[in-house]
Design a binder for this molecule. Structure first.
Ligand SMILES: C[S@@+](CC[C@H](N)C(=O)[O-])C[C@H]1O[C@@H](n2cnc3c(N)ncnc32)[C@H](O)[C@@H]1O
Length: 300
């Protein structure tokens, strides 16, 4: 799995830039346009929050755990519904920002939470966290199914029978190139190159092979209630993010400049910077190297 160091690289590095671009508690996961791209990004993110909260019957007093809560967008939304939310993230920058914004968030590995930590919950979410649960090394060692099965066992232990779990995750799709070809020195317009940029941006992370692998490992603890692809919605989300990341503010551009020295000492950083020129996520979705799924599960 991605370590705390990996996730601090991916998320804490851009903490200030993200908050200046997307707002203090902005979303960093695919929005839900349902194909209506006349919506603003904020409207589409709100539509996603509503869909999740409705699917999980979250209302006043509901006890909710948000695994991999980012900068706290979903916790902020359900606070408005009167729910009792708690979040965990492995990024120290995100946790500190959430705490400053009045959210109950700890730096903690969500995959190993036990009922003795916070008790049980009425509903649990994991919005864009599973991408980080299995590393390349674990996949190569044939452990990917075991990693996911163990995660679902932990989630099941935190819910009552009939309790619901929402997750969305990127997955590999039909045009994924073979692993041996995925290299940063591949042809710069090749599928393999874009996938290599993804690996550089998200160290320690390897995706599930389609929603089937996720669903298979959720059983027999959970039954699937709904499944939908958010691939096209994610392409639109990324386009909107890029406009916001580029929008000028002196404080933001000074922060970008302060990151430049790391280019000289950290080769992985060059991969991160390359993603600002052209979004590998977007290209991977467009070429169907990757897809994105929203899944609602119920504990049986
Ligand atoms: C793509 S961001 C999504 C953030 C947020 N859910 C949202 O929708 O904006 C992925 C999040 O998963 C978190 N994460 C990944 N693996 C984790 C783990 N094992 N334990 C806790 N958080 C984890 C990261 O720290 C980050 O907050």
């Amino acid at each position: 799995m991605a370590s705390q160091k990996d996730l601090d690289f991916t998320y804490s590095t851009i903490d200030k830039i993200f908050r200046l671009s997307m707002g203090e508690t902005g979303d960093y996961s695919g929005a839900m346009y349902n194909g209506d791209f006349s919506l603003t990004l904020e409207e589409a993110q709100r539509q996603k929050h509503q869909f999740i909260a409705d699917s999980l019957s979250i209302g006043p007093g509901s006890k909710v755990l948000d695994m991999g809560c980012g900068w706290g967008p979903f916790l902020t939304y359900i606070k408005g519904r009167g729910a009792d939310g708690r979040g965990v993230t492995l990024s120290q920058g995100q946790a500190a920002a959430c705490q400053r914004n009045g959210l109950r968030v700890d730096v903690k590995d969500c995959r190993t939470i036990r009922p003795t930590d916070y008790g049980r919950f009425d509903a649990i979410t994991c919005i864009g966290g599973m991408e980080h649960f299995c590393s390349i090394e674990q996949w190569q060692a044939g452990q990917q199914d075991a990693v996911y099965a163990d995660f679902f066992q932990h989630v099941a232990d935190l819910l009552p029978v009939g309790g619901r779990f929402y997750m969305q995750t990127m997955v590999f799709s039909k045009n994924m190139p073979p692993f041996e070809r995925i290299r940063l020195d591949a042809d710069p317009d090749s599928d393999a190159y874009y996938m290599a940029l993804m690996v550089a941006e998200f160290p320690g992370s390897w995706l599930p092979y389609g929603p089937e692998q996720v669903i298979r490992n959720a059983e027999p603890k959970f039954k699937l209630i709904s499944k939908s692809s958010g691939r096209l919605d994610y392409i639109e989300t990324i386009g909107q993010w890029r406009k916001r990341f580029r929008a000028f503010s002196l404080e933001k551009y000074l922060t970008y400049a302060s990151l430049l020295p790391q280019l000289l000492i950290n080769p992985a950083f060059r991969g991160l910077i390359a993603t600002f020129r052209k979004s590998p996520n977007r290209v991977c979705f467009e070429r169907e190297l990757m897809d994105h799924y929203r899944l609602v599960f119920e504990k049986v």
